[in-house]
Write a protein that binds this ligand. Structure first.
Ligand SMILES: NC(=O)c1ccc[n+]([C@@H]2O[C@H](COP(=O)([O-])OP(=O)(O)OC[C@H]3O[C@@H](n4cnc5c(N)ncnc54)[C@H](O)[C@@H]3O)[C@@H](O)[C@H]2O)c1
Length: 396
């Protein structure tokens, strides 16, 4: 009898039993996730959905989202990002320039088509057709979008050095105005960010067709330059505002790449470089295909980020990485959040950019040094020996 007790329920008291119901014909996406995403990356995606709705979004937690991979060409801007932004579920964004450039096609009512990955690219090139895996569009879409960018940035408000958040805000204003003329609604991430006051940064402003057009215009008489130093400090100021006002700071990473680091480096910027006491982002959620064993940042786990001070060690058990293509994870997580959490008040962080930057600047000028920073991080006096294989050591 004692055997059956031991091998039965007690040992597994901490673990829910795997015993799902059959899928019903009217099941919602959120219920499908809760009831049938039980193990492996399905299990991680369910944990991701629950992390978002139970820990990241409640109590007005600050959510920074990073975007890499070809998401907007696949329509994910319109289908998922804009609904999340309008519901107040995304407070600030770091994106590749490519996602913002391709967002312009939707914002300008240009046509993209669902094709196939197995087409003859030499024939496509001859016919003036551009392919992103199984998405197709006309070469003129690129030329027209490029012309729109060049015309807009010729305006007087663009003739200066500015952070990429200001640049995207101004660009978003023009896309929003053009969208209204074209009778579009909720068509562009840039326009939605402008309307919702959501700051969008890019970590590598030169690395996209937007940056290419800005560079070409600099060869004429354009005065537009990007203030990357302001971007680094401005993103850190948003995270500092979240933490110092008693809110949670969460990162929601789609893909990896440079935007992932740009979002995470805000914490070492605050602690290690500015010398301001802080503990790391509270929650880390990543959907990616990038593996950790190559040592690259894209696949680096939240645990590794803890060692850098990027993530708070106390909240590490709640952090989630789901190895799922964003074209699958993002629609599911969007549906889950919208059905489980009430829309939140927009934080409109863009409108507070000068105020937030001034706060962190004055703190830094008090605590920061040019010489080596006196770290606020508590470092153990003696090594804990974590990572050493004790048995191996003894056997040697
Ligand atoms: N016309 C343009 O402007 C243009 C077009 C393409 C790329 N680019 C530029 O090239 C650079 C690289 O862009 P990128 O976003 O392709 O970066 P990338 O290929 O380096 O991808 C970043 C990370 O995301 C992961 N990833 C990509 N797609 C994913 C998906 N569907 N699901 C899950 N994970 C996914 C990748 O494995 C990688 O770890 C950017 O700076 C971008 O602006 C510009």
């Amino acid at each position: 009898m004692s055997m059956s007790k031991k091998s039965g329920t007690r040992k597994f008291a901490a673990y829910p039993r795997l015993n799902p119901l059959g899928v019903g014909k009217d099941i919602s996406a959120a219920d499908l996730i809760d009831q049938t995403f039980l193990a492996y990356n399905g299990g991680r995606l369910r944990e991701a959905a629950q992390l978002l709705t139970e820990k990241m979004l409640p109590k007005d937690g600050y959510i920074g989202m990073s975007l890499t991979g070809a998401l907007t060409p696949a329509g994910l801007g319109k289908s998922c990002l804009i609904p999340l932004m309008k519901a107040g579920f995304v407070d600030w964004i770091i994106s590749t320039g490519a996602n913002l450039y391709h967002d312009l096609h939707y914002g300008l009512d240009m046509k993209l088509y669902s094709g196939s990955p197995f087409l003859d690219d030499i024939a496509l090139h001859r016919d003036g057709v551009i392919r992103i895996y199984d998405i197709l569009f006309d070469y003129n879409v690129l030329l027209d979008t490029d012309a729109f960018v060049r015309e807009v940035i010729s305006g007087p408000e663009f003739q200066k050095t500015m952070g990429t958040d200001e640049f995207h805000y101004l660009l978003g204003k023009y896309v929003s105005e053009r969208g209204k003329k074209l009778g579009l609604k909720d068509s562009s991430v840039l326009a939605a960010a402008y309307e919702c006051g959501i700051p969008i940064f890019t970590s590598s402003p030169g690395d996209s067709s937007i940056g290419m057009n800005v560079a070409a215009m600099a060869l004429r008489d354009s005065k537009l330059q990007f203030d990357v130093n302001r971007d680094v400090n401005q993103t850190a100021s948003i995270v500092y505002e979240a933490k110092s006002s008693g809110h949670k700071s969460s990162v929601f990473i789609l893909g990896g790449g440079s935007p992932k680091n740009f979002m995470l480096q805000t914490e070492p910027q605050i602690q290690e470089v500015m010398g301001i006491q802080e503990k790391g982002h509270d929650y880390f959620l990543q959907c990616t295909d990038a593996r950790p064993d190559t040592g690259g940042l894209s696949g680096a786990t939240p645990a590794e980020a803890v060692s850098w001070g990027k993530v708070d060690p106390n909240t590490l058990p709640d952090c989630v990485v789901a190895y799922v293509d964003s074209t699958i994870s993002l629609p599911l997580l969007t549906a889950y959040c919208l059905s489980r959490v009430k829309p939140r008040k927009l934080k409109r962080l863009y409108q507070r950019r000068d105020e937030l930057l001034n706060v962190i600047k004055s703190l830094y000028l008090k605590t920061g040094t040019v010489t080596k920073i006196k770290t606020s991080r508590k470092v153990a006096k003696r090594s804990s020996g974590i990572g050493l294989n004790k048995n191996l050591d003894r056997d040697r």
